[in-house]
Design a protein around this ligand. Structure first.
Ligand code: BG6
Length: 477
C-alpha cells in the first residue's frame, strides 16, 4: 500500500451508511494501521454543520471502540464542508478517494460538480490518483446506468478509477464460493449441468423497511435493491466458468459471461414462448420472531419480495439447470444461502427399487456461516437401506478466534490498493440491468401479491418451483 497522504471525501457524511458501515470500518482500519498514516476524512453534507459532523464522528469512533474514544479518531484529521471545495484541488498532492454515500439520484450532479471544481486527478493509476466509489444501485435501469457511465467517462474516469460497491462481494463466505469450487477436485469435476437438478439462491431478511428508508425504497423495490446486485452477483459466482487467472479482469470477465448467458437464456425462453416466471410480493402485517409487525408503509406498488427463474444459455457449463432466486423482507427469519440440489443417483443393481436421497450442497452465506453436504449413507444393520446424512462445516467451529474482516473494511483496503476483484465491472452492471429491466417490463402496472410478515413470502412462490421441488427454508437452531 502506498504511504502517500490520502484524502477520503465522503458525500453524505452524516448519513446512515457512514454511521453504520463506513465510519466504523474507517476507524477500525486506521487503528490497525491498514490505511496510510496521513489519512484525512473530508465530510461533505450541505444540510449539516461542522459541530454536528464532529459530534457524529466522535460517536462513531466511540461505538467502534466499544466505549472509549478510538485512538485513530484522535489522530485523524476531520474536515467538514457543505459542498466540495476548489481549495482541495489546489492541495493536489494527496491520493483521493471520493465516496458517494448518497442516494443514487444525486450521483450525476455531484460528478458534474467534481468535474467543474477540478477535483478528479486524471492521472490514471499513477500517484496522486483519484478513485471514485459509488454505492449500488448504479442507475435505476439500463438507460440511466448508461447515462451515469457516460458522465463518468466524460470526466476522464476509466474503469480502473471506478469502484462500484456491492458489499456482498466483501463477505468472507461469498469469497469462499470460488475457493470452494476451484480448490476442491471433487467439486471442480462435478460442477456440471448434467449433475444438477436445480439451484436456489435465497437472501431472506426478517427486518422490514424502516420509515426513514421508504423514500429510497419506494423508488427501488426488492428487484433493484437486492436482485440487480447482490443476488445476481451470487448467481455469477455459482454459474461462471473457471477464470484463466486470479486477475480482477479475468474474474470479472467470467462473471460477465455468466450474466450474458443468463440473458441468452431469457431470450431463448421468450423465443420459445415459455418466458421465465416470477413472483412479486409485498409484506402486510404479521408476527416476526414473536413480535407483531405492521405492513409495508410505502406505496402499494413497491415489491418487498421477488422470486424468479433464471438459467444459463449457450450450451455447456451449467446450461439446462434451473436457477431460482428469491429475496424478501419481513420473512420468517434472516438467512442467505445457495442450495445446489444434485440429480438423484440411479443404480438398480445395488439398490433395487428404493429411491435414493438426492445430494444437496448448501453454502450458508449468513448468519450461520458454513456449508453442508447431504449424502446417502447405509443404515447400519442388515440389507442395503440408504438414508440421507449431513456433513456440516461451521466457520465458528473451525476458525474460532480468527479475526474476520467486515465487508466495508475489506472493500476499503482494496480501493486503496486499486484492486478491482471484488467490484462489479461496467459490463456486469449493464447485463444485470438487462435482466432486471426484462422482468420489470413484464410486471409493468401489476400490483405485488401480499404476504403476511413472518412467513416465507407469497404462496405463489412455492408454485414457481413446480410440483417436484420445494424452497429450502431452514429451521432456526
Ligand atoms: C443492502 C440493501 O444493500 O443490503 C438493504 O439496500 C438490505 O435493503 C441489505 O437490507 C442486506 O445486507 P446484509 O449484509 O445485512 O445481508
Amino acid at each position: 500500500m502506498s504511504n502517500r497522504e490520502l484524502d477520503i471525501l465522503v458525500f453524505g457524511a452524516m448519513g446512515n451508511l457512514m454511521e453504520k458501515k463506513l465510519g466504523p470500518a474507517l476507524m477500525k482500519l486506521l487503528d490497525r494501521g491498514d490505511l496510510p498514516a496521513k489519512t484525512r476524512l473530508v465530510g461533505i453534507n450541505p444540510e449539516r454543520t461542522q459541530g454536528e459532523f464532529e459530534t457524529r464522528m466522535k460517536e462513531i469512533a466511540r461505538a467502534a471502540a466499544e466505549g472509549s474514544v478510538h485512538a485513530s479518531a484522535r489522530e485523524m484529521e476531520w474536515v467538514f464542508m457543505e459542498r466540495a471545495s476548489k481549495s482541495l484541488a489546489k492541495k493536489g498532492k494527496a491520493n483521493r478517494i471520493i465516496y458517494l454515500a448518497v442516494p443514487p439520484i444525486s450521483y450525476s450532479s455531484i460528478i458534474k460538480e467534481l468535474r467543474e471544481k477540478n477535483l478528479i486527478h486524471e492521472s490514471g493509476t499513477k500517484e496522486p490518483w483519484t478513485r471514485l466509489v459509488l454505492e449500488k444501485p448504479f442507475g435505476s435501469d439500463k438507460k440511466t446506468a448508461k447515462e451515469l457511465q457516460a458522465r463518468l467517462v466524460s470526466c476522464g474516469l476509466k474503469e480502473e478509477h471506478i469502484f462500484r460497491i456491492d458489499h456482498y462481494l466483501g463477505k468472507e463466505t461469498v469469497q469462499n464460493i470460488l475457493a470452494f469450487r476451484f480448490a476442491n477436485t471433487i467439486l471442480v469435476r462435478d460442477w456440471r449441468g448434467s449433475n444438477f437438478d436445480h439451484i436456489q439462491i435465497t437472501v431472506s431478511e426478517a427486518d422490514g423497511v424502516p420509515r426513514h428508508r421508504i423514500p429510497y425504497y419506494d423508488g427501488t423495490g426488492a428487484m433493484r435493491d437486492m436482485i440487480q446486485n447482490h443476488l445476481l452477483q451470487l448467481f455469477c459466482l455459482v454459474a461462471m466458468g473457471p477464470p484463466v487467472s486470479n486477475d480482477a479482469s479475468d474474474i470479472q470477465a467470467r462473471k460477465l459471461e455468466a450474466l450474458r448467458r443468463a440473458w441468452l437464456h431469457i431470450q431463448k425462453r421468450v423465443g420459445e414462448k415459455k418466458p421465465p416466471n416470477y413472483v412479486r410480493g409485498q409484506y402486510k402485517r404479521g408476527v416476526v420472531n414473536g413480535q407483531y409487525e405492521t405492513g409495508y408503509e410505502g406505496s402499494s406498488e413497491t415489491e418487498t419480495f421477488v422470486a424468479l427463474e433464471l438459467g444459463v444459455g449457450g450450451g455447456g457449463g451449467l446450461s439446462g439447470v434451473p436457477f431460482y432466486l428469491r429475496t424478501g423482507k419481513r420473512m420468517h427469519h434472516r438467512f442467505s444461502e445457495i442450495m445446489i440440489a444434485f440429480k438423484e443417483a440411479r443404480d438398480d443393481t445395488l439398490f433395487g427399487e428404493q429411491q435414493l436421497p438426492k445430494n444437496v450442497l448448501t453454502l450458508r452465506i449468513q448468519p450461520d456461516e458454513g456449508f453442508s453436504v447431504d449424502v446417502g449413507c447405509k443404515v447400519p444393520g442388515q440389507g442395503m437401506r440408504i438414508e440421507p446424512v449431513r456433513m456440516d462445516f461451521r466457520y465458528s467451529g473451525q476458525f474460532y478466534g480468527r479475526p474476520v474482516l467486515k465487508e466495508y473494511e475489506r472493500l476499503l483496503v482494496d480501493i486503496v490498493n486499486g484492486d478491482q476483484t471484488l467490484f462489479p465491472s461496467w459490463g456486469e452492471i449493464l447485463y444485470s440491468w438487462r435482466i432486471v429491466d426484462y422482468f420489470r417490463s413484464r410486471w409493468k402496472d401489476e400490483k405485488p401479491t401480499s404476504y403476511y410478515s413472518g412467513t416465507w413470502g407469497p404462496r405463489e412462490a412455492d408454485e414457481l418451483l413446480g410440483d417436484e421441488r420445494n424452497w429450502h427454508n431452514p429451521t432456526l437452531s
